[in-house]
Ligand binder design. Structure first.
Ligand SMILES: Cc1cc2nc3c(=O)[nH]c(=O)nc-3n(C[C@H](O)[C@H](O)[C@H](O)COP(=O)(O)O)c2cc1C
Length: 169
């Protein structure tokens, strides 16, 4: 059987840096490319406004346009998607990015969400429904995990799961 070494890319959106920190640590451990999802229209500058406008948009499953991805995923790619939880839902920018950049059925992906306290399982399920196939593994990081340092252990486990998939036989 032929061995296929998959090329991992971590794609993430962040508003306040938490998802970015997990994305960077994951990419470093995997030797993966790192791609930040950028908004087309700037986000509200104050966190207060972002909570209201962003929370409402996420609840209504609105799509906020994302700048085009650097390339289309195919063949031997392995995508790792990272999103913050907004109002218990998928972030509107990640929703926009996923609509514009469908992950082909033959491209495996892993997914993670960062959150204040709750909501990651629902968001990861929502993401899987949009992508159309199940992730190889998932991870959820809360504020408490970041404060206690538990996030490092969660990322280690996530990376180990992904490594197992990086080489398909
Ligand atoms: C608009 C908005 C809505 C949020 N809604 C939730 C929520 O429903 N549940 C939760 O646990 N955290 C919620 N949070 C907190 C973020 O999920 C959390 O801080 C996350 O780690 C932020 O990631 P980032 O720093 O990469 O943007 C919300 C934050 C924002 C800005």
């Amino acid at each position: 059987m032929m061995e296929v070494l998959r090329k991992p890319t971590v794609v993430y959106f962040t508003a306040s840096g938490h998802t970015q920190a997990a994305a960077k640590a994951t990419a470093k451990a995997l030797g993966a490319d790192l791609e930040r999802i950028e908004v087309v229209r700037p986000l509200p500058h104050s966190m207060f406004l972002l909570m209201i406008v962003g929370g409402f948009a996420a609840l209504r499953k609105r799509v906020w346009a994302a700048k085009p991805a650097s390339r289309r995923f195919s063949g031997n790619d392995l995508v790792i998607l990272g999103t913050p939880v907004w109002a218990g839902r998928l972030n509107p920018v990640v929703r926009g990015w996923l609509q514009a950049n469908p992950i082909p059925a033959n491209v495996p992906y892993a997914a993670f969400a960062t959150m204040g306290k709750t909501g990651a399982p629902d968001v990861l399920a929502e993401m899987a429904a949009i992508v159309g196939h199940a992730p190889i593994t998932t991870m959820a990081i809360s504020d408490a995990d970041r404060r206690s340092g538990e996030d490092a252990r969660l990322i280690e486990r996530f990376v180990a799961d992904i490594r197992r998939m990086k080489t398909d036989t």
